[in-house]
Design a protein. Structure first.
Length: 91
């Protein structure tokens, strides 16, 4: 398996950091580090996340990391991290 980040997911990381950094820069850095590290578990357990059937026939799933939701898609041997946000955000 291979893990790839979509541009929107990378933009989400930047946006989340910029929201938190003015309040607490070290916490913002830890949050980004945790969110970039967590999807690595998907390389050995790609279907660990809850499947989101509204995206069928695509296999889109989600995992929760602390208060953050990470959506990803499995395409063959590639896992794409699609989007991420704080669960308190209006999505």
């Amino acid at each position: 398996m291979e893990l790839r980040w979509a541009n929107k997911a990378l933009s989400d990381l930047t946006r989340l950091y910029e929201l938190l950094a003015p309040v607490n820069k070290p916490a913002a850095a830890r949050m980004v580090q945790a969110l970039t590290k967590a999807p690595v578990i998907l390389l050995t357990n790609p279907r660990i996340g809850e499947q989101l059937f509204q995206f069928e026939p695509r296999e889109v799933r989600r995992i929760l990391i602390g208060g953050y939701e990470v959506r990803y898609e499995i395409q063959g041997s590639i896992i794409y991290v699609l989007r991420l946000w704080h669960t308190r955000e209006d999505r």
